[in-house]
Design a protein around this ligand. Structure first.
Ligand code: BGC
Length: 371
């Protein structure tokens, strides 16, 4: 009894505060919620795109750095769509020609990536103003944001209600839980598009970060980044990250058509053929700062994108120019274009069902302090 009675006091470590972060083009207020824990970790999540605007993480000496790319002010996010920290959907990644069949009918989405629809189309979830519906503090500090996407939004059927909960706990874990429901059969595939640099945003390249992805195969793409339907083993290719290696070690291997198509890594790893129990889908370590991030999800696929289209024309936080390879993106999700590849699984969500994608980012440091 005595122990339980003390818990609430012992666990008031993680806190949440809310403030305004400016106004969207149509005048809507954008809120930003700050979650902090007792180790100085701090996550800031804004209602524009339910996006992770910053994340302070300690290095091996306890020094904090913001490990996610983005902007200091809302205007940067409004001026240019780059998915920094954003929630992406209704269908994360690409749908070929923006067209997919569902229950015998063809649906047509808005196109925003050559002939294809990328990350939800012309006005995806990353550009919508979400509503804060819950803020909690205590053992875990969290914020839940909600967005109701109307029937026909970007061509997707069904009124779909989406919730994104960001939760920061005292064991240096950030958890994002996406949940969606619909009133008509539809397709849903949500993920988070944070650009990470474990040395701190603006600190330079991530090519020396050690990456491990426990995937035996990838789903190769065509010149427009649409899967060609094959599932190809990674053994003996630049895509083999089963043993941790520097991101940049094989990125200049010109024998790989996939690296040429993507201007670097930009493809889906097969972690499993089906949804599974939550397990590690990637581990990344920055040898310089000692920061380590372990990513957990239950989804079958993991898109790994090595920041190939950061071209030195973006001035982000603290006047930092972001250049090619200055960040990596890891998106646990269904395989790209699944609705057009029945053997990839199913993205169908029906009324009465609940879509979920829970992504856990665990932070630590290498050997020196891992006790
Ligand atoms: C895609 C890339 C795309 C990027 C946009 C990634 O998820 O795989 O092809 O360029 O998002 O930031």
């Amino acid at each position: 009894m005595a122990t339980t009675a003390m818990l609430p006091f012992a666990s008031m470590a993680a806190q949440a505060t809310r403030a305004s972060f400016g106004h969207a083009a149509d005048g809507q207020n954008i809120d930003i919620v700050t979650l902090t824990n007792s180790h100085g970790m701090r996550a800031r999540v804004m209602t524009y795109g339910a996006s992770l605007q910053s994340l302070l993480v300690p290095d091996r000496n306890g020094k904090l750095a913001d490990v996610v790319l983005g902007y200091d002010t809302l205007q940067g996010y409004l001026d240019r769509r780059q998915y920094f920290g954003a929630t992406v959907g209704r269908y994360a990644n690409r749908i070929a020609h923006g067209t997919f069949p569902l229950d015998g009918k063809a649906y047509h989405l808005t196109l925003n990536d050559g002939p294809n629809s990328l990350h939800g189309g012309v006005k995806g979830l990353d550009m919508q103003v979400w509503k804060v519906v819950d803020v909690k503090q205590g053992a875990v500090a969290s914020v839940t944001m909600q967005y109701s996407s109307p029937d026909g939004d970007q061509g997707y059927p069904g009124n779909v209600t989406i919730k994104a909960t960001y939760a920061l706990s005292d064991d240096n874990q950030l958890k994002i839980a996406y949940v969606a429901t619909t009133d008509k059969p539809t397709i849903v595939n949500l993920s988070n598009h944070t650009y990470w640099n474990l040395g701190g945003e603006g600190s330079g390249t991530v090519m020396d970060h050690l990456l491990m992805i426990p995937g035996d195969a990838i789903t190769p793409v065509d010149a427009t980044s649409i899967p060609n339907g094959q599932v190809v083993p990674v053994a003996g290719t630049p895509y083999d990250f089963r043993m941790a290696k520097p991101i940049g070690r094989d990125i200049r291997d010109g024998r790989s058509q996939q690296l040429l198509f993507g201007h670097g890594y930009d493809m889906n790893w097969v972690i499993s053929r089906k949804e599974a129990e939550a397990r590690v889908v990637a581990r990344v370590e920055d040898p310089r700062s000692g920061r380590v991030m372990t990513l957990w999800s239950s989804k079958p696929g993991l898109q790994f994108y090595s920041g190939n289209f950061l071209d030195g024309t973006t001035v982000g936080k603290d006047h930092h120019i972001y250049r090619q390879g200055d960040a990596f993106v890891l998106e646990p999700q269904l395989f790209p274009d699944t609705p057009n590849h029945p053997d990839f699984g199913s993205a169908r969500l029906a009324p009465g069902e609940t879509y979920r994608n829970t992504i856990i980012y665990r932070f630590g440091v290498d050997g020196a302090m891992a006790k």
